[in-house]
Design a protein around this ligand. Structure first.
Ligand SMILES: [Cu+2]
Length: 116
C-alpha cells in the first residue's frame, strides 16, 4: 500500500470507531460492595468529570447492607439497601454536579462528579 492508501485506511478506521461510539452510549460502572466500598468508574478510572449526554450506567450492588443512589440534575436513581444485583440504567446527564451515595452511610460512602 502506498502512503495515501494507508492514510485513507486510517481515516476510514477512525470514522468506523467514531460511528461505533455514537451508536452506543458510553458505559459507566457503579459499584457498591462490602465492607464499605462505593465507586463510579469509566474504563477502570474513577469518574470525576463527564460531558453532558446519554450514558449507560451498569450498577453492581453486591451488598445487602448498602445501596447505590445517584442524584443530580434530572436524575434520581437508586438500588435498594437490602437488595443485590446488577442493574442497567440509561441516564441523561446535564450540566451540573452529580452525587452518588450509600444512603445508610452517606457521610462517608459517597462520591461526586461534574458534567459540562
Ligand atoms: Cu452503606
Amino acid at each position: 500500500m502506498n502512503r495515501i492508501a494507508l492514510l485513507a485506511a486510517a481515516c476510514l478506521a477512525a470514522l468506523g470507531a467514531a460511528a461505533a461510539a455514537s451508536a452506543a452510549p458510553p458505559t459507566l460502572v457503579g459499584s457498591v460492595s462490602d465492607p464499605l466500598n462505593i465507586s463510579l468508574t469509566q474504563n477502570g478510572k474513577k469518574v470525576t468529570h463527564l460531558k453532558a449526554g446519554t450514558y449507560t450506567i451498569v450498577v453492581k450492588d453486591t451488598a445487602s447492607d448498602h445501596d447505590f443512589h445517584l442524584t443530580g440534575p434530572g436524575v434520581d436513581k437508586t438500588t435498594t439497601v437490602g437488595g443485590k444485583g446488577t442493574f442497567r440504567w440509561k441516564v441523561t446527564l446535564k450540566k451540573g454536579t452529580y452525587t452518588y451515595v450509600c444512603d445508610p452511610h452517606a457521610s462517608f460512602m459517597k462520591g461526586s462528579f461534574t458534567v459540562s
